[in-house]
Design a protein around this ligand. Structure first.
Ligand code: GUN
Ligand code: ZN
Length: 435
């Protein structure tokens, strides 16, 4: 295959930044080269050195003065909720019952699921996201459309058919047996095909009976390498209703723990209102709390104590995500802007190095996938985003007075969106240009 050589400013993280001046936590190459071949990064470093190792016929693309970073990772969003965005509701449960559940019923139709899947990947690519962890609907058709389109685009995606057997419209319910059987079929058909990963996906405890939670536990035992995704502690009314449904559990987190779902591959969306006991339990299990700031603000769910969870004696592992369609933007830049503001309201600071770490290497580590994504290391997947901090007239004006890399990153996060994404390379191929 012909090699592609990108030239620009390379930025990637090697560890979690401890402060705004922690230059050990990242690699920054002001005149960098990234050589990609057959979907993989084969060289990365100073341009002159990488150029010397490139094949004579390598195609060279000059992205100077832009930043070259690992593609963004979105740890939690809902593929069938593209047309739910901007639904006017007072709170989570009203939003689910009034807009979200009726909309997801439409995904029983393959043609609809396929159409939305096309738009879904277009939006991810437009916004510089190269890997995402998604909920499909309860229907197998939705998972088939989701994975088929990911394969067509050669994207590394994680997703699962939602399992839900109560407290929702009839058209959105499976049964414990059906949820189990269909999840197994989806694993057999899609897991490891192309770059696809299947996740075991009980929606949340409100929509699963104890019998379905047992079926989920059986799947988790049979497929211990798979991710598990669900929702936890998002909204006060949700927490109260959940605990009423499982009166024997100590708290919301304990419900999942009782069914063997609290482990280091489990991604819990939201986790806003955890008790100290729950945070300890999450920490001990190595489970991941996935912060969805635009959603939390939009639905009025609460202020996620990101920094407080990170600096506990027993820290909780963190992911960051858009949560489309409770979330209001596909952009991880917009997402981290809102994450920053939430910490401001809590009297905490989220510095821009931490934000970019979280969207790339941090999320990759939380997925146990940092050997493949979230870095620009040799041998990893060539999923890359090109960022322009002067993408709009207002950004360009501000950029005139920006002096440091953290200042530039902060500008991109505060003012940037899909217009700041110059290009998105998926497995070494420019994918935004062809949209
Ligand atoms: N809890 C259960 N389902 C959902 C969902 O679709 N979105 C959000 N934000 N929370 C949920
Ligand atoms: Zn969600």
């Amino acid at each position: 295959m012909t090699q592609t050589l990108l030239r620009g400013r390379l930025l990637s993280f090697v560890s979690e930044p401890q402060s705004l001046t922690d230059s050990e936590s990242y690699r920054y190459e002001t005149d960098g080269g990234l050589l990609m071949d057959n979907g993989v990064i084969v060289e990365s470093g100073p341009y002159a050195e990488v150029k010397a190792k490139a094949a004579a016929d390598a195609v060279e693309i000059d992205h100077r003065p832009h930043l070259i970073m690992p593609g963004f990772i979105d740890m939690h969003l809902h593929f069938p909720q593209m047309q739910v965005i901007a639904s006017y509701a007072a709170n989570l449960l009203e939003w689910l019952n009034t807009y979200t559940f009726p909309e997801e019923c439409r995904f029983v139709e393959s043609a609809h699921a396929q159409r939305i899947a096309t738009h879904f990947y277009d939006e991810l690519i437009r916004h510089g996201t190269t890997t995402a962890v998604a909920y499909c609907s309860v229907h197998k058709t939705s998972a088939d459309a989701f994975f088929a389109e990911a394969m067509r685009r050669n994207m590394r995606m994680i997703g699962g058919k939602v399992m839900m057997d109560r407290n929702a419209p009839q058209g959105l319910l499976d049964t414990p047996q059906m949820g189990y059987d269909e999840t197994r079929e989806i694993i057999a058909e899609w897991h490891g095909k192309g770059r696809n990963h299947v996740a075991i996906t009980p929606r949340f405890a409100i929509t699963s009976t104890p019998a379905q939670m047992e079926a989920t536990q059986a799947l988790a035992r049979e497929f211990p390498d798979l991710h598990i995704q669900t929702h936890l502690s998002e909204n006060h009314d949700e927490i109260k209703f959940t605990c009423e449904l499982y009166p024997d559990a100590i708290d919301y987190t304990d419900i999942y723990a009782r069914y063997g779902l609290l482990g280091d591959k489990t991604l819990f969306g939201h986790c806003i209102h955890l008790s100290e006991r729950e945070a300890d339990a999450m920490s001990e299990a190595g489970a991941i709390a996935v912060h969805c700031p635009t959603s939390n603000l939009f639905l009025g769910s609460g202020l996620f104590p990101l920094k407080a969870l990170m600096r506990r004696d027993k820290p909780v592992r963190i992911g960051v995500a858009t949560d489309i369609g409770g979330g209001s933007s596909y952009s991880m830049l917009r997402t981290m802007d809102e994450a920053y503001k939430i910490q401001q309201l809590l009297g905490e600071r989220l510095n821009p190095l931490e934000s970019y770490y979280l969207m790339t290497l941090g999320n990759a580590q939380s997925l146990s996938l940092s050997d493949r994504i979230g870095t620009l290391d040799k041998g990893t997947d060539a999923d890359v985003v090109i960022l322009n901090a002067a993408a709009t007239p207002a950004m360009a004006l501000k950029m005139e007075v920006v002096k440091t890399l953290p200042e530039e990153l902060f500008l991109l996060q505060t003012m940037g969106d899909d217009r700041a994404i110059v290009e998105t390379y998926v497995a070494g191929v420019a994918a935004k240009a062809v949209l």
